[in-house]
Write a protein that binds this ligand. Structure first.
Ligand code: NAD
Ligand code: WQD
Length: 344
C-alpha cells in the first residue's frame, strides 16, 4: 500500500524542517516546497541525513499559483498539506506591511484554491499565540478571545485563520486545523537542523546562543519592571521537536477522520510560563556557562505575559510536550556550536 503523502510548504524553514523529520519517522511520505526566502538547502539536506530518505524538494513560491499547480499539485499525490510558508518577522512587517499581507495571505489562498481544484482534503495552518494579544487571563485557552493584532504580521495570522475557517465552512470536502504555536525553541537532538536566523536575531533564544558563541557581545533583556515576579516578560517556550510532533498527530486526526469539526483550533504550548531572566539562568545552568547580559529598556509592542492552556491538545490530540526545558536549551546550544564550528 502506498504511504500517505504530505506537502510541507515552508519545509526548509525552522519548524517545517523539524516537522518533515517527524512525519517521515512516523511513516509518511513528504514533499518539501519552499522558495528559500528565509532558509537554505542545508535544512533539506539535514532532513535527508537524519531520516535517510531522499525527500523531494521543490523550489517554488507559493504565491505563484500556476507554478504551484503544474510543479506540485499535478506531480505529487499528497492529500494533506502543512502550510508553514510565510514571512514571520514582527518588526519587519511594520516596515513592509504589503509584502507581509501579500505573501502570507496569497500563499494560503493559493494552496486552498488548488486543494479544491485538485481534490485534496486536509490542511494544517501555522498560527500563533500572537492572535491572543495581551490576554486578560492566564493561561489562554482556545476560547480566550482573540484581540486586534499589534503588527501586520500578527494580523496576517488572524486573517489567515479566518480565511481557513470560512473556506472550510464553504467547501464541504475541506478539513482544516489551525495550530497556535507559543514560542518554539531548541533544535533536533542530532544538531543537524535548527533555527538559523538571517542577520541579527529578533527572538530570544537565538540571541542567547549567538551571545554565548561570541557573535553578539551582550544580550539585552528587554525590561525588568513588568508586573511579573522578577519583572521580566513571561512566555511559554515549546521545544521544536514537541511542536513538530503536534503536527504529526493533528494531520493524522484529519486523515483518519477523527476531527469533531471540519475546522479546529489547538494551542501548542507546554502550559508553563517562564520569564526571560529565568530562561537565561536555565540556559547558563544547563550548559555550564556564563552569559553576558544586561537589563535594557522595554521593547515596543511586547506582551507582558502569555502561556498556554494545552488541555485541548492533550485530550483531543493525545499530544503532550515531553522534552524538558534544560534538554531543549542544551539542544539550542549544541546546534549553535555545530553551525559555528565551535569545539566542545
Ligand atoms: P521560517 O522562516 O524558518 O520558515 C518559513 C519558511 O517558509 C522559510 O523556509 C521560507 O523560505 C518559506 N517561505 C516564506 N514565504 C514563502 C513563499 N511565498 N513560498 C514558499 N516558501 C516560502 O519560520 P518558522 O519559524 O519555521 O515558522 C513557520 C511558520 O510558523 C510560519 O508561518 C510562522 O509564521 C509560524 N509561526 C512561527 C513561530 C515562531 O516563533 N517561529 C511562532 C508562531 C507561528
Ligand atoms: C521573547 C521574550 C522579549 C530578544 C514573537 C512573535 C510572536 C511569535 C513568537 C510568531 C520577550 C525578550 C527577546 C532579546 C529579550 N512568532 N527578549 N531580548 O516576542 O514572545 O514572540 O515570536 O508567530 O508572534 O511576536 O518572542 O523570542 O522575540 O521574545 O529580552 O534580545 O524575550 O522581550 O519577552 P515573542 P521573542
Amino acid at each position: 500500500m502506498s504511504k500517505h503523502c504530505v506537502l510541507v510548504s515552508g519545509g526548509a524553514g525552522y519548524i517545517g524542517s523539524h516537522t518533515a523529520v517527524e512525519l517521515i519517522e512516523a511513516g509518511y511520505d513528504v514533499v518539501i516546497a519552499d522558495n528559500l526566502s528565509n532558509s537554505d538547502l542545508r535544512a533539506v539536506e539535514g532532513v535527508r541525513q537524519i531520516t535517510g530518505v531522499d525527500v523531494p524538494f521543490v523550489e517554488i513560491d507559493c504565491c505563484d499559483r500556476e507554478r504551484l499547480a503544474s510543479e506540485l499539485f499535478e506531480r505529487y499525490t499528497f492529500d494533506s498539506v502543512i502550510h508553514f510558508a510565510a514571512f514571520k518577522a514582527v518588526g519587519e512587517s511594520v516596515q513592509k506591511p504589503l509584502e507581509y499581507y501579500r505573501n502570507n495571505l496569497t500563499s494560503l489562498m493559493n494552496i486552498i484554491e488548488l486543494m479544491r481544484r485538485y481534490g485534496r482534503h486536509n490542511i494544517l495552518f501555522s498560527s500563533s499565540c500572537t492572535v491572543y494579544g495581551e490576554p486578560d487571563k492566564q493561561p489562554v485557552t482556545e476560547l480566550t478571545p482573540r484581540k486586534p493584532a499589534t503588527s501586520p504580521y500578527g494580523n496576517t495570522k488572524t486573517m489567515c485563520e479566518d480565511i481557513l475557517r470560512d473556506s472550510v465552512a464553504a467547501y464541504g470536502d475541506l478539513r482544516g486545523i489551525a495550530l497556535r504555536y507559543f514560542n518554539p525553541i531548541g533544535a533536533h537532538p542530532s544538531a543537524l537542523i535548527g533555527e538559523l536566523p538571517r542577520g541579527v536575531p529578533q527572538n530570544l533564544v537565538p540571541y542567547i546562543t549567538q551571545t554565548a558563541a561570541g557573535i553578539r557581545e551582550c544580550l539585552s533583556v528587554f525590561g525588568n519592571d513588568y508586573p511579573t515576579p522578577d519583572g521580566s516578560n513571561i512566555r511559554d517556550y515549546i521545544d521544536v521537536v514537541d511542536l513538530a510532533r503536534a503536527h504529526v498527530v493533528a494531520i493524522a486526526r484529519l486523515i483518519e477522520g477523527k476531527n469533531k469539526e471540519n475546522y479546529e483550533i489547538f494551542n501548542v504550548g507546554t502550559g508553563n510560563g517562564v520569564s526571560v531572566l529565568e530562561l537565561v539562568r536555565r540556559f547558563e545552568e544547563a550548559n555550564s556557562l556564563k552569559l553576558n547580559y544586561k537589563i535594557a529598556d522595554r521593547r515596543a509592542g511586547d506582551i507582558v505575559a502569555i502561556w498556554a492552556d494545552p488541555t485541548r491538545a492533550n485530550e483531543e490530540l493525545g499530544w503532550h510536550a515531553t522534552r524538558n526545558l534544560d534538554d531543549t536549551l542544551r539542544s539550542a546550544w549544541a546546534w549553535e556550536k555545530r553551525v559555528r564550528g565551535i569545539e566542545e
